[in-house]
Design a protein around this ligand. Sequence first.
Ligand code: CAA
Length: 311
Amino acid sequence: MSFVTKVLRRGLTTSALRMAAIKHVTVIGGGQMGVGIAQVAAQTGHQVTVVDQSEEILAHSKLSIERSLSRVAKKKFGEDLKAAESYSKSALSSISLSTDALAAVTKTDLVIEAIIENLQVKQELFSQLDKVAPQETIFASNTSSLPISDIAISTDRRDRFAGLHFFNPVPVMKLVEVVQISEQSDATFQSLMDFSKSLGKVPVVCKDTPGFIVNRLLVPYMMEAIRLVERGDASARDIDTAMKLGAGYPMGPFELADYVGLDVTKFIIDGWHEKFPNNPLFEPSPLLDQKVAQGKLGTKKGEGFYPYGKK
Ligand code: CAA
């Protein structure tokens, strides 16, 4: 882009290029991340539709939102049970559930995809949504590790496409990574920065590079912790204690890996290793592979590096 065009675009950002505020959000995927995003959007005055494949999954999503909302309400209102209940009720009433993604996006300002980490599945989804969503609707992916530009290529709205990466647990973690791609318009970027702030989050801007900012640092860190154990240099328990007490982290790397999911961690590192085989930071780990093969996927399965009791 020429200097003049850049200056012109920047100048227009605050006027003609500025989009209307995002009022309605469609979250595709009613899993842990999707429900967290939906909940926070509803809590902050947005209308939200959560889409997933079956009524059964959506019933589970609704239950998770109710549980988490009551924790947030308790924190906000303490012993004032009436105020807490009314807060939760009001947020819940802003959320609708649907199994029909195409119908859900016909009247929405923003689509946030939080489905399975599979590039082809994401591309197919966005390609279909692109045909029915309004022209001005912005598309965003909450992917942890796939390139945003590879997902956006399935649509004809690359100027209105971004990564919008939230952190688990979404109601607690303050950060949102707003990921730019080269075709993204200034208006789209600004709109997502404003939206993230309206959620009460702190947005940071990221290039479309592996892991953006947080996962680029966090995933190699967790992998090196696993390699420490593989080399017999320290135990998982001692490494966790060391990082909590010596570096001030709220969880040690093994607690965090269990919390994120060992399957998710393996998926990320395998994908990066395949793309960048010579980068030693992205080396897979036999111990992690073994845990995943044994179905020990972390807290969600009741066991990962640690046992958590039956789920
Ligand atoms: N919904 C609502 N509130 C929640 C919640 C949820 N799902 N989970 C925790 N909370 C609230 C609790 O109610 C509690 O509130 P109070 O302070 O009012 O009591 C507060 O958060 C702390 O929770 P807990 O007391 O249960 O436990 P804790 O103090 O050990 O904190 C934690 C839990 C917030 C998860 C903390 O351990 C932590 O910050 N861990 C690190 C998490 C992290 O690094 N996340 C990023 C993962 S990477 C990622 O998500 C990106 C990716 O792509 C893989």
